[in-house]
Design a protein around this ligand. Structure first.
Ligand code: INI
Length: 159
């Protein structure tokens, strides 16, 4: 039996992190969590990390697609925060960003980690941005690191 699983160190990886300005009081904490994981667990040097700021979650998929198309990155990490309001807008923003990112990942064949919070309340978002319920930016970075290594091992088989 052969098992392929990725570890978390990715010293040679190049990673792009997209962070939305909308709800920046949350997304900046997601960014800190993601960068901390990339540095301390991934051992990815700062020089190999590109942070791209965009207006809101709606703009994240196009940005991810553009970054992936450059072929300069081994993974993209998408960070945003969509908080439910009184209107249907929440569903549109949340659904479109998730669908768009899934498309980019499959079209371009690189991991696109989904670190976009979709919550009913501000409190739920705060809990997931470095307090009670962890930091979803850090979790997204962990999954990006693991996937970089899993895909590398799959591609390097029988070399
Ligand atoms: N963008 C977010 O990232 N989060 C939200 O909660 C949000 N809400 O609720 O409106 C939001 N809207 C802006 C959107 O992402 C675009 O930037 C905007 O529609 C311009 O294209």
């Amino acid at each position: 039996m052969k098992t392929i699983e990725g570890n978390l160190t990715a010293r040679d990886a190049r990673v792009a992190v997209i962070v939305s300005r909308f709800n920046s009081f949350i997304t900046e904490h997601l960014l800190s969590g993601a960068l901390d994981v990339l540095n301390r667990q991934g051992e990815v040097p700062d020089s190999a990390i590109t942070v791209v700021r965009v207006p809101g979650a709606v703009e994240i998929p196009l940005t991810a697609k553009t970054l992936a198309a450059t072929k300069k990155y081994d993974a993209v990490i998408a960070l945003g925060c969509v908080i439910r309001g009184a209107t249907y807008h929440f569903e549109i923003v949340a659904n479109e960003s998730a669908k768009g990112l899934a498309q980019v990942m499959l079209e371009h064949g690189i991991p696109v980690a989904f670190g976009i919070l979709t919550t009913d309340t501000i409190d739920q978002a705060v809990q997931r941005a470095g307090s009670k319920a962890g930091n979803k930016g850090a979790e997204a970075a962990l999954s990006a690191l693991e996937m970089i290594n899993v895909l590398k091992q799959i591609k390097d088989q029988d070399k």
